[in-house]
Design a protein around this ligand. Structure first.
Ligand SMILES: NC(=O)c1ccc[n+]([C@@H]2O[C@H](COP(=O)([O-])OP(=O)(O)OC[C@H]3O[C@@H](n4cnc5c(N)ncnc54)[C@H](O)[C@@H]3O)[C@@H](O)[C@H]2O)c1
Length: 264
């Protein structure tokens, strides 16, 4: 079998970069794509001593044609296979909904929502041609219940959640698993200057390596979890507790807890 390959968007920084490094350490051929070319250049240097290899390229995930061309080019360089797509690129607007312009909200939808759709379309023929392929979508704990002061962002992650669940069922017939990763706040550039009621009450505790490790676990789940067909992978104790809580508590209580956590 040739080396396994993974295409990661938003791979120049944060969670995407950590995931690229983790898989390169394990010998994968990594396609690292981002709009941040300077960040990709330093990633190439970091991957150089590792077992795996990296192919990088500039890609804005909102450009569907460029996305398709980038994936096709990468698969050509990766021996004709695409084992995993990680739809990771994303942006976050924090604060009162009305303080961000409609254009900024649209941009968040374009990247987080349409970028994910573009990735799925671009990768589909290659995933289908590769036995046992997996799509990993970055959802978020903000898709458990709508998050005050992250309203539009939170809604984009509900989209990712729904798309993941539906496609995982649809694409079973093509031997493609589709899973979602659910971190709470992670210490990356995304949260560096962010302060909301929820970051105050829950803190920003996770590190990008925690999420990268969960992505690896989702790609290679232990046998029992594969048998149970786990689709959602919460990261860390807080997200797991919030997910379980929302599943078993009545709607009014879930709302009250979320209102309280958001400081509203
Ligand atoms: N940081 C968190 O607290 C957190 C929590 C839950 C989920 N997530 C999700 O994890 C993913 C990664 O977040 P992160 O914290 O690593 O963010 P980050 O800001 O550290 O990195 C995001 C990367 O995406 C790239 N990017 C932005 N727009 C792009 C575009 N149009 N095309 C291609 N690349 C683009 C950026 O250049 C950057 O390198 C996102 O989908 C985010 O929503 C993050």
């Amino acid at each position: 079998m040739s080396t396994r390959s993974v295409f990661i968007t938003g791979a120049a920084a944060g969670i995407g970069r950590r995931t690229a490094l983790l898989l390169a350490e394990r010998g994968w051929t990594v396609g690292a794509y981002d709009i941040d070319e300077a960040g990709l250049a330093t990633l190439v240097d970091e991957v150089a001593p590792l077992r795996g290899s990296v192919v990088t390229g500039r890609l804005d995930v909102t450009d569907a044609d460029a996305f398709a061309a980038a994936v096709t080019d990468f698969v050509g360089q990766a021996g004709g296979r695409l084992d995993v797509l990680v739809n990771n690129a994303g942006i976050l607007l924090a604060g009162p909904f009305e303080d961000s312009s409609a254009a900024d909200h649209h941009r968040e939808v374009d990247i987080n929502v349409k970028g994910t759709v573009n990735g799925l379309h671009a990768a589909y023929p290659h995933l289908r041609a590769t036995p046992g392929a997996t799509v990993v979508n970055l959802a978020s704990a903000s898709a458990i219940y709508g998050q005050a002061d992250l309203a539009n962002y939170s809604a984009t992650k509900f989209f990712v959640r729904g798309l993941t669940e539906a496609l995982d069922i649809e694409w079973k017939r093509h031997d493609i698993r589709v899973v979602a990763i659910w971190p709470l706040f992670v210490q990356t550039a995304m949260t560096a200057n962010m302060r909301t009621g929820t970051t105050d009450s829950l803190g920003i505790r996770l590190k990008p390596e925690d999420v990268a490790a969960k992505i690896l676990e989702a790609i290679e789940p232990p046998k029992p979890r594969r048998a149970l067909h786990q689709v959602h992978f919460p990261v860390g104790f807080q997200t797991t507790a919030l997910t379980l809580g929302s599943r078993f508590s009545p709607a009014w209580l879930t709302r009250a807890v979320n209102k309280r956590l958001a400081g509203h």
